[in-house]
Design a protein around this ligand. Structure first.
Ligand SMILES: [Zn+2]
Ligand SMILES: [Zn+2]
Ligand SMILES: [Zn+2]
Length: 55
């Protein structure tokens, strides 16, 4: 079995962790969702509980 570990979302302000198999990959970085992957262009947060990232 591989010991895949969760890693932090590539968004600098995001405190979420993402599992490599479930992460949204953009430009070789892993994000917890499209909001982070798009750099919060529309100003919306990732929507995960306890996280206040807005880009
Ligand atoms: Zn977040
Ligand atoms: Zn994120
Ligand atoms: Zn974010």
């Amino acid at each position: 079995m591989s010991n895949a570990e969760s890693e932090k979302c590539a968004c600098p302000d995001c405190v979420c962790t993402v599992h490599p198999d479930e992460a949204l990959t953009r430009d070789g970085k892993r994000y917890c969702g499209t909001a982070c992957a798009d750099g919060h262009r529309d100003g919306s947060g990732c929507g995960h509980r306890g996280c206040n990232c807005h880009g």
